[in-house]
Design a protein around this ligand. Structure first.
Ligand code: BGC
Length: 403
């Protein structure tokens, strides 16, 4: 049996917009209507009301960590005006985790923005990082004494890719120039938030926090052997997987590497154009798939973990998961990825924890409620929760601390 370190973190993740419900001041809310989405987030999982019961389930499942996000639009519904009530709500959420002995990992930006911020041009605005910082300062003041792990921005490159290159998510702009501006501002936002959080802890004499981003990485594989394809693979590895990490490390602004891993992408560009090199992928391979058609490829996790070794920082897996209606496949997915994690750890990779995506079934963005990622099933009519068998299996691993 592989034994994980005694202080290893086991848990699952959510994001506020995907589970809370009723986030009317966020940019996604209006966009869901405008885009005519078949499923709108609406009440989502009513986690805003039921978080205590949900955390009871996490404890019952032996989770000792839980990743969640704070909805900026709730906390700062108008520019510079902070809601005392919402700040207290999130303090209550964090205290509820503390009471159950579960370590919170708090994400500050998980794809959604306050409406007013989006109205100012969102992350394209030259002052974007300054607006973000004002919110970061407020929330850090309220939560610092109870939080050790901070994730400033969830999957910056996924956000840029979906919102500014594919044009599938708000603000649906297809522009490489905008993508560049937004990437720069997100990086700036992280670096400034990183420094501010550390400074606030120092001033209050609190133990140094651990601050990072959640970096989605994919295993890019060539769809053929042509030069164009090989170059496109290189480009995507650089641009999507590594460039941002390198920038943030040069700024000395990462305490650990937060890794989100789901799948591989087979790269097969149609032509030499930049868009095609960055976007087009070939048909998926002959592997088992999740219900959105993504290849299940645990080897990719091993390869990426090994490629992160050079940074000499602990890696925290902040998301890894599968949407499926076949819960046996969910457990197979988790077990296979944990085995790959164990293999990498045996070869010297320092890993701090494994956080499954997702704790609950939830609102999967433009794909609505059909994809079921949860360890816990949510009935969207009654809001009842049911623990899946895969969650029980995962709980046994967490309890034993080994595979
Ligand atoms: C995101 C989640 C999302 C999940 C599954 C990640 O990229 O952080 O918000 O639900 O993937 O698509």
């Amino acid at each position: 049996m592989f034994k994980f370190p005694g202080d290893f973190y086991w848990g699952a993740a959510t994001s506020a917009y995907q589970v809370e419900g009723d986030n009317q001041n966020s940019d996604w809310w209006g966009w869901e209507i405008k885009a005519g989405l078949a499923d709108r987030s609406g009440q989502a999982c009513r986690h805003y009301q039921y978080y205590r019961q949900d955390f009871d389930l996490a404890k019952q499942l032996h989770h000792n960590a839980h990743r969640l996000s704070v909805e900026w639009a709730r906390v700062e519904p108008e520019p510079g005006k902070f809601s005392k009530q919402q700040l207290e709500h999130y303090r209550g959420v964090i205290l509820a985790l503390a009471e159950r002995g579960i370590e919170p990992i708090v994400t500050l930006h998980h794809f959604t923005n306050p409406l007013w911020f989006a109205g100012l041009g969102g992350w394209k605005n030259r002052s974007a990082s300054g607006y973000f910082l004002r919110f970061v300062e407020k929330i850090t003041e309220v939560l610092a004494d109870k939080v050790r792990f901070w994730v400033t921005i969830n999957e910056p490159m996924v956000y840029v890719y979906h919102s500014y290159i594919l044009g599938a998510w708000p603000p649906q702009e297809k522009s490489l120039l905008a993508a560049r501006q937004v990437t720069g501002n997100l990086a700036r936002g992280h670096i400034r938030a990183y420094r501010l959080i550390h400074e606030l802890y120092r001033k209050r004499g609190l133990a140094s926090p651990s601050v990072s981003i959640a970096k989605n990485m994919q295993a890019f594989e060539p769809g053929d052997t042509s030069l164009k394809t090989r170059l496109a693979v290189r480009l995507r590895q650089r641009w999507f997987n590594f460039a941002l990490i390198d920038t943030l490390l040069r700024a000395r602004a990462l305490d650990f590497i937060g890794l989100n891993y789901y799948t591989r992408s087979i790269v097969l560009p149609r032509n030499w154009g930049m868009r095609s090199m960055l976007v087009d992928t070939g048909a998926a391979g002959a592997l088992k798939k999740n219900s959105l058609g993504w290849d299940i490829f645990p080897d990719g996790l091993y390869e990426l973990l090994m490629s992160l070794k050079k940074y000499d920082l602990p890696v925290f897996i902040l998301e890894n998961g599968i949407c499926t209606d076949d819960d046996a496949l969910r457990w197979e997915f988790i077990r296979a990825h944990l085995e790959k994690l164990a293999q990498a750890m045996r070869q010297g990779v320092r890993a701090a924890g494994y956080i499954y995506w997702s704790f609950l079934d939830n609102f999967e963005w433009d794909k609505g409620f059909a994809p079921r990622f949860g360890l816990i099933e949510v009935d969207y009519h009654t809001y009842n929760r049911s623990i899946r068998e895969s969650a029980v299996q995962f709980a046994q691993v967490a309890k034993a601390g080994g595979l």
